[in-house]
Design a protein around this ligand. Structure first.
Ligand code: 5RP
Length: 228
């Protein structure tokens, strides 16, 4: 196992502690999450049910014997959502969607109280944008959204994948994302855009990072500080 994979595994194992027994659990998508599902199964911790972010994750969860239900079947909130990322910055804004599951991930993350991000240390960056930004797009809008992305100096390409919802993914290279929230909101306005891979409006709350020195756990800095 290479170093990056080992770091993913360690971060995933550490996330098991954040799972609340007997409660709903939101589960993301990707290779780091696959390690998390395996570690959770091995821990013997029992959840009420999992709310999955993708068909791939649903298959894995069922294979490990976890109960899986649809988000529409629950009325309240999900206490904890565990997922990986493609990039995360010091303010816990992320780029996600490398696995084409960004829409399901954003929906389940938004319904969750705590987003626990699990990643190897290569994912921590000063500024988002070196990883091509994934956009899920309704097929009819692909060309128009490509034009819009070129208009902000992006280099868009269409990925050879169809999402769980029958849509296309456009990957946009060359964006220097100085203001993630502003860019997320602007891209979200484009007609035919289903989901932008910037997760700033709903960023992570806790980062569990696998590093060569072990796992580092950081909480998102609060915007407010107590008066002295
Ligand atoms: C899938 C994602 C993944 O969280 C992201 O691509 C990271 O994947 P991995 O854990 O395999 O590095 O956003 O859409």
């Amino acid at each position: 196992m290479d170093l990056q994979t080992q770091q993913k595994q360690k971060a995933a194992e550490a996330a098991v502690e954040y799972v609340v027994e007997g409660e709903y659990l939101g589960v993301g998508t990707g290779s780091t999450v696959s390690f998390f599902i395996g570690a959770l199964a091995q821990s013997g911790k029992k959840v009420k049910a999992c709310i999955s972010s993708s068909e791939a994750t649903t298959r894995q969860l069922l294979a490990f014997g976890f109960p899986v239900i649809e988000l529409n079947e629950i009325e309240g909130r999900i206490p904890v959502y565990v997922d990986g990322c493609d990039e995360i910055d010091p303010n816990f804004n992320m780029i996600k969607g490398g696995g084409a599951a960004l829409t399901g991930e954003k929906i389940v993350a938004q319904a969750s109280d705590k987003f626990v991000c699990i990643a190897d240390e290569s994912k921590l960056v000063k500024q988002l944008g070196a990883f091509p930004l994934p956009l899920e797009v309704i097929p009819k809008a692909v060309e128009q959204i490509m034009v819009s992305m070129k208009g902000i100096r992006g280099e868009p390409t269409v990925r050879e994948v169809i999402t769980d919802y029958g849509n296309n993914i456009i990957d946009v290279k060359g964006l220097q994302i100085k203001e993630p929230l502003k860019l997320e909101e602007a891209i979200n306005q484009l007609p035919g855009l289903v989901t932008c891979g910037i997760f700033a409006k709903r960023g992570a709350d806790i980062l569990i990072l696998g590093t060569p020195d072990g796992v580092k756990i950081t909480k998102k800095k609060s915007k407010f500080s107590l008066k002295k």
